[in-house]
Design a protein around this ligand. Structure first.
Ligand SMILES: C[S@@+](CC[C@H](N)C(=O)[O-])C[C@H]1O[C@@H](n2cnc3c(N)ncnc32)[C@H](O)[C@@H]1O
Length: 260
């Protein structure tokens, strides 16, 4: 658990990533729920991802780079990491894309186990690791694309900067980080107490979700060494859900010495 800055909520709130997420996977394992994300939610994330890939492709052609990982002439093996891959609802769709070599990281061991089962049942493969996204267990510069599969809004306090710097470290120069993250004020169904200072949603002293402003999230990305030339607010499909901020973020070259 790390301090997540309680702000105006009074007592300091803490993170507990395993404690917040594991119970839901226990329900999924007990067949009380089908999976973390519904088919409609997965379809939404794939549309958001494809929008961001299109933006990155446009940026590359404007910059005169004809053959980038995001252009039609991209390399045949496209190395992709999903942050917070969970029980593999999105991972399986990514792994089914031709030429995509998928890796995933999640902090809940049971989620990784469920994801392995889902992929095996579909005849798909991915390289999965159980770890905190503040310490991504891959070497430097190995991924063409990192997809935030609704994980960044689970990360609070100083862990957010640590996670973003890790994403930048594992991305290849010229790679792409696609952020898909809830933003704005939390919808009613989220429950808990929203602290407008830290912008965390707090339940029983645990900060479980971060609802950043658009400027705040773009600022965090810039501070971690990303350029964020293209972003879009993706309206929620249902009133009880939150809007997503979708960002096509590119690692800026030559900033390593300046980053904390
Ligand atoms: C909203 S769920 C999304 C799951 C999956 N990407 C999907 O779309 O179905 C967020 C996931 O992030 C994981 N997660 C939360 N905090 C994490 C952390 N610090 N490190 C790694 N994974 C984390 C959770 O266990 C959960 O599986």
């Amino acid at each position: 658990m790390t301090d997540a800055e309680g702000g105006s909520c009074g007592a300091k709130a803490r993170s507990d990533y395993l404690g917040v997420h594991e119970p839901r996977y226990a329900r999924i394992a007990a067949s009380q729920e089908a999976g973390w994300s519904s088919d409609e939610e997965v379809e939404g994330m794939l549309s958001q991802l494809d929008w961001a890939l299109g933006q990155a492709g446009e940026l590359a052609s404007e910059g005169g780079q004809e053959c980038t990982p995001h252009s039609p002439r991209r390399p045949p093996a496209y190395a992709v990491l999903e942050l917070g891959c969970g029980d593999g609802c999105l991972t399986a769709q990514l792994a089914a894309r031709q030429g995509w070599r998928i890796s995933g990281v999640d902090i809940v061991p049971l989620a990784i186990e469920l994801s392995r089962k889902r992929l095996a049942a579909a005849g798909l493969t991915a390289n999965l690791a159980c770890a905190n996204v503040t310490s991504i267990p891959w070497p430097d510069a190995v991924f063409d694309l990192v997809v935030d599969g609704h994980c960044l809004h689970c990360i609070v306090g100083g862990d957010r900067g640590a996670c973003l710097r890790e994403v930048r470290r594992v991305l290849r120069p010229g790679g792409l980080f696609v952020v898909i993250t809830m933003c704005g004020e939390p919808a009613d169904r989220q429950g808990g107490v929203f602290d407008p200072v830290s912008r965390n949603l707090v339940r029983a002293g645990i900060a479980g979700r971060h609802f950043g402003t658009v400027d705040g999230i773009l600022g965090e990305l810039s501070a971690a060494g990303f350029s964020t030339a293209r972003h879009r607010i993706w309206p929620a499909r249902h009133a009880r859900e939150n809007d997503d901020l979708v960002v096509a973020a590119k690692p800026l070259p030559g900033l390593d010495a300046e980053l904390p």
